[in-house]
Design a protein around this ligand. Structure first.
Ligand code: SF4
Length: 350
C-alpha cells in the first residue's frame, strides 16, 4: 500500500488530474459534476489562502450560524471490535491487517447503556456506537443494536451509529428506534479512495448516505486526513460532501493515527496548519454542519486545536479512546476548553 501513495500534487494547475490526464471541459460534464468541479476549485482556492485570512473568514461564518462559545462533546464506543472483512488501509480492525487487535463480540446492551450513562455524567451530550461490520444485516445482532439505540436515546443523549453500509429498510428501522445520525465517512477524494480501500466503492458509500437520508436520519460523513493524499484530494473530498443536497449535518475531520500492521503505518503526518485549513474550509462550505475534530487530536498541540475551534470546529470526541485509537485525557480536554472559553453543550443554557 505504501508504494501506492502518490507524491503530492498540491501545486498542480487546475485541469490536471493525478495521472496527468486532461479533465473534461465543463460543457461535457453533467450539471452535478459541474457543481462538484466548481466547488472543488473554490475549495482548492480556500485551502491555498494565507492561513490567518482563511481562519478569519471561517470564524465569521461560524459566528453567523453557531454560538461560538459552545462546543458539543461526543463519546464514541466500539460495540463490536475487530475481525472486519473490509480492507480499509488505515484501520486496526480489518481482519486483513495484522495489528494484534483483540476481537470482541457485540457488547451486551446493558454494558453499552452503562457506558452511555457514564459518558453523559462526564459531560457528553452525544453518544456514538461503532461496529466493525461490512454492512447492516437483519438478525439478532442488529436487533440488539436497535435495543441499544432505544436505550441510549432514552437517556436523553443524541445518538449516532456507524455500522457499515446500510440499505433504506434497515435505515428506517434505525430511525424508528430513535437514531438521530448515521455515520458513514467518504474518507477521502474519489481519486485517492481506491489507493486506500478496495472492498467497497466510493459509489457504495454515496449510496449508503442516500439511504440514510431516505430513511429520515441526519447524515454524519467526513474523512481522514494524512493518508498520502494531495491538497487537491482534500479539496475534492470536501467538495463531494458539500455538493450533497442537503450537505451532511455532521462532518467529522480525522487526522490519521497510523497503526502498526496497517498499509498506512508509515504514512507521513500532515502539518498542523493543513488540518486547520481543512476545518476552516469545511465550515465555510457547510456553514450549518457540526464540524467535529475527531481522531488525531492527541497528536495536535492545544494551540492548533484552539485555532481549529476559531475556524469553526464545534464538536470534539471526549473519553479515553476513539474506537481503538487513543484520545486526550478527559481532564486535559476539560482544561483546554476552559482555557479557550468553550462550554460543552451539555452545560445547559447560558
Ligand atoms: S474502517 Fe470500518 S469498514 Fe473499514 S476495516 Fe475498519 S471497521 Fe471495517
Amino acid at each position: 500500500m505504501d508504494s501506492a501513495l502518490p507524491s503530492t500534487v498540491d501545486d498542480a494547475p487546475l485541469g490536471a488530474t493525478l495521472d496527468g490526464a486532461v479533465e473534461q471541459s465543463p460543457s461535457d460534464q453533467a450539471p452535478s459534476d459541474q457543481a462538484r468541479a466548481a466547488l472543488e476549485a473554490r475549495t482548492l482556492e480556500l485551502l491555498g489562502r494565507p492561513l490567518l485570512d482563511l481562519v478569519y473568514e471561517a470564524a465569521g461564518v461560524h459566528r453567523e450560524h453557531h454560538d461560538p462559545s459552545r462546543i458539543q462533546c461526543a463519546q464514541l464506543l466500539s460495540i463490536k471490535t475487530g475481525a472486519c472483512p473490509e480492507d480499509c488501509g488505515y484501520c486496526s480492525q480489518s481482519a486483513r491487517h495484522s495489528t494484534g487487535l483483540a476481537r470482541e463480540a457485540l457488547m451486551e446492551t446493558e454494558a453499552v447503556l452503562t457506558a452511555a450513562q457514564r459518558a453523559k455524567d462526564a459531560g457528553a451530550d452525544r453518544f456514538c456506537m461503532g461496529a466493525a461490520w461490512r454492512e447492516v444485516r437483519c438478525g439478532k445482532d442488529f436487533d440488539r443494536v436497535l435495543e441499544m439505540v432505544r436505550g441510549v436515546k432514552g437517556l436523553g443523549l443524541e445518538v449516532c451509529a456507524t455500522l457499515g453500509m446500510v440499505d433504506e429498510a434497515n435505515g428506517a428501522r434505525l430511525a424508528e428506534a430513535g437514531l438521530d445520525y448515521y455515520n458513514h465517512n467518504l474518507d477521502t477524494s474519489r481519486e485517492h479512495y481506491e489507493k486506500v480501500i478496495g472492498t467497497r466503492t466510493y459509489d457504495d458509500r454515496l449510496e449508503t448516505l442516500q439511504n440514510v437520508r431516505a430513511a429520515g436520519m441526519k447524515v454524519c460523513s467526513g474523512g481522514i486526513l494524512g493518508m498520502g493524499e494531495s491538497r487537491r484530494d482534500r479539496a475534492a473530498f470536501l467538495a463531494e460532501l458539500a455538493v450533497l443536497d442537503p450537505p451532511p449535518e455532521s462532518v467529522p475531520i480525522n487526522a490519521l493515527v497510523p497503526v502498526e500492521g496497517t498499509p498506512l503505518q508509515d504514512a507521513e503526518a500532515l502539518a498542523w496548519d493543513e488540518i486547520v485549513r481543512v476545518c476552516a474550509a469545511a465550515r465555510i462550505l457547510m456553514p450549518a454542519a457540526a464540524v467535529r475534530l475527531s481522531a488525531g487530536r492527541q497528536e495536535m498541540t492545544e494551540e492548533a486545536q484552539a485555532l481549529c475551534f476559531l475556524a469553526g470546529v464545534n464538536s470534539i470526541f471526549v473519553g479515553d479512546a476513539l474506537l481503538t485509537t487513543p484520545n486526550p485525557e478527559p481532564t486535559s480536554d476539560a482544561a483546554l476548553l476552559a482555557r479557550v472559553g468553550l462550554r460543552p453543550l451539555a452545560d445547559g443554557p447560558r
